[in-house]
Every structure is written in structure tokens, then in C-alpha cells.
Design a protein. Sequence first.
Length: 255
Amino acid sequence: MIDKHEYEKQEEGVVGKARKPYRSGRGGASSGSAGKCFTLIELLVVVAIISVLAGMLLPALNKAREAARSSHCMSNLKQIAFGLALYADDNDGRFPNEVRGCNAKQWYENGKEGSFPTSWDDYQPLVYAYLGGNEKIFFCPSENARQVRSEKFAFNYAMNDALGAWEEQSKTVNRIKSPSRIFLTADTTYQWLGACYKVEVRHAQKANFSFVDGHVRAMNFGEICEAHEMVWPEEVAGRWYGRGSWLAYGGPTVP
């Protein structure tokens, strides 16, 4: 038989156990397992792995980005070629003439109004209306040498000066026997392209060209230097377009 004092002690023990606070196994000292943290070495390993992966992916991403820019540039050149064809259609089959053009930089800065003629001018203001007044067509997405918009408008895409220069009357479309061989506009940082001014190779060691027949093509440095006939076949043997003059910027030096 249990006496009164022993019974009271047992009762207190039962009540104490019932009142003991519950602690979750997720936290607190009673869980029996502390939260695991990354050590410094493990963290450095993770950072190193991420750096290696980034180094592998960035060149591919840059290549894809430049391919997209080149595609955009080729679209611009194709539209400009279309605008030049419409201009020639309205002007007795003649392309814009270099000595009867309009200073594109001044024209742009004047709010795209006025004529601003000088001795050596640009074709852009003459075909601007044929392109729906979209100035961005004249901006190459890969050309970073010029930051002023009026200069980019005037100098990002040059026209073949053999089609509109060196004579008062520019050459007519019907005089061009092989329109798929004669380039019309190309990547550069000048107004006109020929013996004095060069193509700029700025799309992953290639430059983009539009041709008189409307097609566009990307060419590398070596192809450009050998393609004298792209200027004007009848003048290849003349003084203006020899191997030493028809070159491109951005590629290896021609021996």
C-alpha cells in the first residue's frame, strides 16, 4: 500500500512530464542535430565551377550575339538596296551621284530638311523617303567607332563610288551587265567606297555587302581583297582599283 507522501511525489512527476515544453527537431538544442553550413573550401569550389562554366558559355553567347547583329545589318543593307532601286527607277535608271548628293550629316542635324549640297556628298538623304523615313536602317548595330547619331547615319554604310562618282552623270542600271557581281553598299566608316576608302570588317572578321540585284552577302577579308570586279569590271585594270588599293580594315595585312 502506497502512503500519502509517496503518492504525491508520483503525481508531481506525472504533471512535470506533461508540462515539459515540446521542441521541434528542426531547431533548438533538443533536436539532436545542428544545421550544416558550407565550409570556405566548398564555397570556393562552387565559385570555381561557376567561373569555368561561364568561361565556356560566354564565347558562344558573344558569337550568337554578333551573328544576330550581322543578320540585322544584312537586313539594313537589303532595305537600302531596295530604296536605291526605287530611286533609280524615278531618275532615269541612275543611282545617286556623288557630286550631286547632299551632306547627310548636316541634313540629319537640320531635322532631316534642306539640301546642303557640296562637291562630295552622300546618298542617304536621297533615298531616305523611299525607306519610309526610318533612320535606323542606316545604323549598323556593330559599328562603335562613331557615337554621334548624325555621323552614324552618314558613315555606317557607304555606296560604291564607281556607280555614282568621277563623272557628272552616274552610271545607269542598264549599263551594269552583271548586277549580281557589282556591290551597291557595304560596311564602312565613310560615305563612298572605292580606291580611297575601305570596307570595315566588323562582323566576326567579315563585312556585309548589298549588290545591285538586291542580294546581300557576308565576305571575309581575303575574299574582299581579291574581289576587284565587285567595284566595276571595266575599271579593274585601270588606275583606281588595284590590289594595293582595294582593301578592308579589320583584317590581316596584305603582303
